[in-house]
Design a protein around this ligand. Structure first.
Ligand SMILES: Nc1ncnc2c1ncn2[C@@H]1O[C@H](COP(=O)(O)OP(=O)(O)OP(=O)(O)O)[C@@H](O)[C@H]1O
Length: 617
């Protein structure tokens, strides 16, 4: 155990949990500080408080006391992982009883401090409890009525915009979930359009906006995404459709922070519950990456009479901060009745039986329509085994996942960590192509070539981590080229990853680019932005790193032709279904899984379980 991770002040049970690697020093410090301020001396409360802080650190909104012992402990550098069952757990009922009378929960004579909430045996840090309540209250209020819609106009628009792809003289065959999604978004103040990559979410959003613009000439549209990269991608793909669907003008998208008016150095936003955003419709893409805190701020700032359309893939990894709001909203029970307008405008889709291309709506899907939620299921981009593999992972079917991986299908492969010849060939050929274009000053070609293959890892460090594999890749490239790459200087063909938002230079955390020759012997950085690359002097780049391998978390929101996924050993807490799903769905033409059968099975079977009260309705 690394000493810095052990809290010096921790004693007794807290110290044992800290040394075992369940708690970090910060969890212990926060718990002890709150206990001192509130005058709480009982160890079960100290432990529950520290575990609640840990739960938030790991992405949950609260600590589920019914599952308090379900903690995963990673292997330690100096030995095997501690079995959590061997730790000195207090009696479950003793924890609950102590909390029920704790001044940290019920308040005490030391003042108004009440940092914990105990609700239905879920222990919350007060801040997250209040945010969850706000989200629930605003969503429930927005669900009590429906926007007024000119049904004739909507029907005509749906008929015009959702045509058969092969034969545009005919409307698309029923059921068409994209058409249903458009009607759902028109019929609700809040709607969720969920779906995997390439299911046509953006295609549908462009049509929804066109339909709403016809209903409300002069419609003010706000487009946003949690990251700059995702916002740039949303803007680009919606604008490709502007002419096709008849939108009045090109649109711009921004990060959620920017839309809300983030003010440097404060935690306040310019737009909030008293100063609402000036839009009639707001579309948020990549909503799976939105944290509870951000969703709370957004909902507070949306006018009650503005539509909010949340778009994303609930099966992907959730936000790095606490909360998995999109997945929670999808799982949340539906309340209220279906908007009768839906049956009038998309009745044929709702009652259609199976079509060769799309299955009939299930009872559960029909039920979700009541809360303005629809999941697009028909893949429009990649067919073949990548989509099947992603579905098998999502459905937690490890045997099917392994069958597909071993099927010999041309778009999927499964290799041992010792057998990296294929990875090496992909790394070298991609780099050769990127470098040739970069040296020729062809920024578009270099950026395009850099999307040919990407090496993805679960971890950042260690033998399965991105840093280690990036060094391998640099060695392979150096050997193939006959000269070593020098990570301390700029060179043509160098792949870049931006690690922090820089609003001034308009590059954002997660942006990827390439160093190219600027023609006059000078090197410049090129970033993909729509049709024209965005060029920037190297001296203007603040936080960037060379990226021959990246973490799966970082790759969210991007796609590549070929992807090699380095799985960690079975036993890593990062290895989850959401991680595998996200990694696989980054690939357009080929996904290569590098790892063991045990790691695949464990990943498919372990779901990230983020405790939250939103799911309970
Ligand atoms: N109904 C349709 N008919 C024909 N082509 C379609 C249809 N829906 C989507 N497409 C095409 O399929 C591709 C994927 O669509 P789109 O980009 O909208 O998917 P997405 O769900 O937003 O994907 P991602 O999550 O990867 O951004 C696009 O090329 C789009 O033009």
């Amino acid at each position: 155990m690394i000493e810095a991770r052990v809290a010096q002040r921790g004693k007794g049970v807290l110290r044992e949990f800290n040394e075992a690697g369940v708690l970090e020093a910060a969890d212990v410090h926060v718990a002890l500080r709150l206990a001192t301020l509130g005058g709480e001396t009982r160890e079960p409360v100290h432990l529950a408080t520290a575990l609640a802080v840990r739960a938030v650190r790991l992405g949950s909104v609260c600590l589920d006391l019914n599952r308090i012992r379900e903690v995963h402990v990673d292997e330690r550098p100096d030995g095997p992982a501690v079995d959590p069952a061997t730790l000195p757990w207090p009696d479950d009922s003793a924890v609950t009883e102590a909390l029920q009378s704790s001044p940290l929960v019920v308040g005490g004579d030391k003042g108004p401090l009440r940092p914990l909430r105990l609700v239905d045996n879920q222990l919350y840090l007060d801040r997250y409890y209040r945010q969850e309540q706000t989200v629930r209250r605003i969503l429930d209020a927005r669900a009590t009525g429906h926007p007024a819609v000119d049904e004739g106009l909507l029907l005509a628009g749906l008929d015009e915009l959702f045509r058969d792809h092969q034969d545009p003289s005919r409307p698309s065959a029923a059921p068409d979930r994209q058409r249903i999604a458009a009607a759902v978004a028109a019929a609700h103040w809040t709607s969720v359009i969920a779906g995997g990559p390439g299911t046509g979410k953006t295609h549908t959003v462009a049509r929804v906006l066109a339909l709403l613009e016809r209903q409300h000439p002069g419609l003010r549209i706000g487009l946003a995404a949690p990251t700059g990269k995702a916002a740039a991608r949303l803007e680009e793909s919606v604008n490709e459709q502007v002419g096709v669907v008849g939108l009045q003008s090109q649109l711009s998208a921004m990060t959620l922070h920017r839309m809300l008016g983030w003010q440097r150095g404060t935690s306040r936003f310019r737009y909030n519950e008293t100063n609402h955003l000036p839009y009639d419709v707001i579309v948020v893409d990549e909503t799976s990456m939105v944290s509870l805190t951000m969703m709370c701020r957004l909902l507070e700032a949306v006018r009650p009479e503005a539509r909010l359309i949340l778009v994303g893939d609930p099966d992907q990894l959730a936000s790095v901060d606490a909360g998995a709001v999109l997945a929670d909203l999808v799982a949340r029970p539906a309340a209220g009745a279906e908007n009768p307008m839906l049956a009038k405008v998309v009745g044929a889709d709702l009652s259609a039986t199976d079509d060769p291309a799309e299955a009939a709506l299930s009872a559960a899907e029909r039920d979700r329509l009541r809360k303005g939620m629809i999941r697009l299921s028909r893949g429009r981009r990649f067919g073949g085994q990548i989509a099947q593999l992603a579905i098998a992972v999502r459905d937690s079917d490890p045997d099917r996942v392994l069958d597909i991986l071993r099927s010999g299908a041309p778009d999927v492969s499964f290799v041992d960590i010792e057998d990296v010849a294929g990875v090496r060939a992909d790394v070298v050929s991609t780099s050769t192509e990127v470098t040739a274009a970069a040296l020729a000053g062809d920024a578009v070609g270099a950026l395009r070539a850099s999307e040919k293959h990407r090496l993805l890892c679960a971890h950042r460090d260690g033998p399965f981590g991105a840093s280690w594999w990036a060094r391998n890749a640099m060695d392979w490239i150096g050997e193939a080229a006959g000269s070593r790459l020098d990570p301390d200087r700029w060179y043509a063909g160098q792949p870049l990853l931006v690690t922090a938002n820089d609003h001034e230079t308009r590059i954002y955390n997660g942006d990827t680019g390439v160093v190219v020759s600027g023609g006059d012997g000078e090197l410049i950085a090129a970033f993909a932005r729509g049709k024209e690359p965005y060029l920037l002097r190297l001296g203007h780049l603040a936080l960037v790193q060379t990226v021959y391998a990246m973490t799966i978390h970082r790759s969210q929101g991007s796609q590549y032709h070929r992807v090699s996924v380095i799985l960690p050993d079975a036993g890593s807490s990062l290895l989850t279904r959401e991680l595998l799903y996200t990694a696989i769905t980054r690939a357009r033409t080929h996904v290569r899984i590098v790892g063991t059968e045990d790691a695949v099975r464990e990943g498919v079977e372990r779901q990230v379980s983020r405790a939250s009260g939103l799911r309970r309705g």
